[in-house]
Design a protein around this ligand. Structure first.
Ligand SMILES: Nc1ncnc2c1ncn2[C@@H]1O[C@H](COP(=O)(O)OP(=O)(O)OP(=O)(O)O)[C@@H](O)[C@H]1O
Length: 253
């Protein structure tokens, strides 16, 4: 079977803030239908990398391509086919959940926006919140509204930055299943960050460990735990966080 071209191609990307290097020569590909997990301690560079993929900040060097196009030249074409969920992007607080989603549906040119919004409210189990002002939601409710926003345009490239961060275990489990469902139904390329190892093990096909802006390890959860001679991913995470100078496995470049 022919292997599809990557939807997202990150090639030797560096991001410096003055003299500080937040992302240090990262290479990574994500293919259609694949969920790639980005793991790393606080400050490892995950959000900086995500923000570069969204075109919110510009790489100091290196290239980012999506759908075969250079992000620096085709940002709008790429972003029309992509979407994201992050807890940092608050939706206008005085607008109801439904109207917020309808506004975004309009921006993305969604056909039958009312039907699409109703379907997503149902899928995320937030129909009862539809008329509530977004600013009055709990953190977990806001995350689910953000997830609904992220699925409005049936994105072919989906960036999920800690989508289960403030969710209770029941809803977090539902979100993991939802990500798998979306993957199966629509096969987008998904880049997924989380500090929850269960998330990563359950949802991600492949994992990259980012440490001080560099990829230290890449592979499946099994390959990585075996390589580091640990019982599980959580112990690998702790080992990397505490030593930092562990041998690099499969940097991706
Ligand atoms: N605009 C900026 N100016 C200066 N330094 C920045 C800027 N944005 C991020 N950094 C620094 O870059 C590093 C990486 O930050 P980033 O937010 O990408 O980490 P992260 O892996 O997402 O962390 P967390 O798990 O805490 O969300 C941090 O040391 C941060 O302080």
């Amino acid at each position: 079977m022919a292997v599809s071209a990557p939807v997202l191609e990150i090639d030797h990307v560096v991001k410096r803030f003055d003299s500080f290097t937040a992302v240090d020569g990262v290479c990574l590909d994500v293919r259609a239908g694949e969920v790639v997990g980005l793991l790393g301690v606080n400050g490892a560079g995950k959000t900086t990398l995500m923000n570069m993929v969204l075109g919110l900040i510009t790489p100091t060097s290196g290239t980012i391509r999506a759908f075969g196009m250079d992000l620096s030249k085709h940002r709008m074409e790429i972003l029309r086919r992509a979407n994201f969920c992050t807890t940092y992007a608050a939706l206008p607080g005085n607008v109801s959940v439904r109207n917020n989603l309808l506004i975004f549906a309009g921006l993305y040119g969604v056909k039958k926006p009312k039907q699409k919004v109703a379907e997503l409210l149902e899928l995320l189990e937030i129909t009862k919140l539809a008329d509530k002002p977004t600013g009055q939601l709990s953190a977990g409710e806001s995350t689910r509204v953000n997830l609904a926003k992220a699925l409005l345009n049936d994105p072919e490239l989906l960036l999920l930055d800690e989508p289960t961060a403030s969710l209770d275990p029941d809803i977090a489990d539902k979100v993991r299943k939802l990500v798998r469902h979306v993957q199966k139904e629509r096969a987008p390329a998904i880049l997924y960050t989380s500090h929850n190892m269960r998330d990563i093990e359950e949802v991600c096909d492949r994992i990259l460990f980012l440490h001080q802006g560099k990829i230290l390890a890449s592979g499946t959860a099994d390959e990585i735990t075996r390589h580091f001679k640990e019982d599980d991913l959580e112990n690998v995470f702790i080992k990397i966080a505490r030593s930092g100078d562990v041998e690099t496995v499969g940097s991706g470049c």
